[in-house]
Design a binder for this molecule. Structure first.
Ligand code: GLN
Length: 212
């Protein structure tokens, strides 16, 4: 049986993630909006969008507690951008009422690249992704301020961006992390047509399924 990977479909760039997961092959991608749909998946992608809105919709759709429980129970999860914010144990510059799913022992700073910097792009060396560097598109993105002992940093912002500009305060910040079955990127690999980060997640899902 091929693993079923859900894409949380409350808000954000759901279609792009469904396409990127499907492109990995040997997995099935389905949208998840209800608790019963969450029960039926082996893993979940949490897309980019707006973490405060998604947090509110998770409560409205009665998904917050079931999803927290699945993640605490070891379900593989991958969050991009707003998804990373939701998975983080702690958020700086969040809204006071914004809820966390947990699962990732990191502190993230929301809108960290600066309010004026809507979007920022660079190439990243990414542990676990072979070949060319990964083109990373950041859109009002968070970065990781600190990581717990169990968290592996997979990619950080280089001093010089792809265009040769100095990355300034962003230089050296962790922007891709993994803790066991939980993967997160501050950027949006679903927007570039390069599906290697999704392929990494699909491999994690298969490896973890094979291990039980
Ligand atoms: N700034 C957004 C938030 O706080 C994230 C942006 C994104 O997902 N592109 O959720």
């Amino acid at each position: 049986m091929v693993p079923v990977i859900g894409v949380l479909a409350l808000q954000g760039d759901v279609r792009e993630h469904v396409a990127a997961v499907t492109a990995c092959g040997d997995v099935r991608a389905v949208p998840v909006r209800r608790p019963s749909e969450l029960d039926a998946v082996d893993a979940l992608v949490i897309p980019g969008g707006e973490s405060t809105t998604m947090s509110r919709l998770l409560e409205t759709f009665d998904l917050l507690d079931p999803l927290r429980k699945r993640i605490a129970g070891g379900m593989p999860a991958y969050g991009s951008c707003a998804g990373m914010i939701l998975l983080a144990n702690e958020v700086l510059d969040g809204r006071p009422d914004q809820q966390q799913l947990g699962g990732l022992d990191v502190v993230v700073r929301r809108n960290a690249f600066g309010r004026q910097v809507d979007s920022f792009e660079t190439d990243l060396e990414f542990t676990g992704v072979a070949g060319e560097p990964v083109r990373a598109v950041f859109i009002r993105a968070p970065w990781v301020e600190s990581t717990g002992a169990e968290v592996e940093v997979l990619a950080s912002v280089p001093q010089r961006t792809a265009s040769g500009a100095d990355a300034g305060a962003a230089a050296g910040r962790a922007v891709a992390v993994r803790q066991g079955p939980v993967l997160a990127t501050a950027f949006h690999p679903e927007l570039t047509g390069d599906t290697r980060v999704h392929a990494l997640f699909c491999r994690m899902v298969r490896d973890l399924a094979a291990a039980v």
